[in-house]
Design a protein around this ligand. Structure first.
Ligand code: ADP
Ligand code: MG
Length: 210
């Protein structure tokens, strides 16, 4: 190798290393409960899912535009899998991601409010470029929780992306948030710039059992 060739190789190795360390760090910070990729998702099992839309989402322009994604469907159809897979894509592409179940989000917000640091907590939750909120709808929220959720949404609105998964259709969100007026305001912010995917198939877990 001549000097130039050597330098090019050394720099490339250094750059790759940094890239990889960045990905590893962001992956740890994202707190995914498990890792599943889009390549591991079997689209043939889920004919109701529009592949073209998924491919478009995998290109991540929604993250660049601070738009949202809502994944709706019954248990086991792959909502969490797809949310994590999109999250991993975003991590690879250099974005900060945070995964939270709705339950964890709520306990954090409630505790922060009790300890007089709600403002700081809301601020922290606006930092990730992509925030994934999993399992909205399994547990109904109190009025206080619903209003905290709304405040978070207002903070992130047009600043960062959200992926929300839910087993409940939008018509039932009034019950989930215990307040139809607040639910309408939440849906208004969430859906203004959003892609909604309605997954209708049967549970992949049960299919595996069969
Ligand atoms: P949901 O969040 O909708 O309840 P999950 O995403 O947790 O469902 O999916 C349940 C399990 O089945 C996960 O292990 C997931 O990886 C797997 N799974 C679901 N759908 C598919 C699919 N179409 N191809 C491959 N694995 C799938
Ligand atoms: Mg799930």
């Amino acid at each position: 190798l001549d000097y130039q060739g050597f330098l090019a190789r050394a720099l490339e190795a250094e750059w790759r290393g940094r890239q990889q360390r960045g990905i590893d760090l962001r992956l740890r910070m994202a707190r995914f409960p498990w890792l599943k990729t889009l390549e591991q998702f079997d689209f043939d099992c889920q004919p109701s899912l529009d592949r073209t839309v998924m491919r478009e989402l995998a290109g991540l322009s929604f993250v660049g535009r601070a738009e949202n994604v809502v994944l709706l469907g019954p248990p086991g159809v792959g909502k969490t899998h797809l949310a994590i897979a999109l999250g991993i894509k975003a991590v690879d592409a250099g974005s900060s991601v945070l995964f939270l179940t709705l339950e964890t989000l709520m306990s954090r917000l409630i505790r922060a409010r009790q300890e007089n640091r709600l403002e700081r907590m809301l601020q922290q939750l606006t930092y990730p470029r992509l925030l994934i909120l999993d399992e909205l709808g399994y547990l109904p929220l109190s009025r206080e929780e619903a209003s905290l959720f709304f405040r978070l949404l207002v903070r992130r609105y047009e600043r960062g992306s959200l992926i929300v998964t839910s087993n409940k259709g939008f018509a039932d969100w009034g019950d989930v948030f215990n307040d139809p007026v607040l639910a309408t305001a939440i849906l208004d912010r969430l859906l203004h710039h959003a892609t909604t995917l309605n997954i209708k198939g049967e549970s992949y877990r049960l299919r595996e059992k069969k």
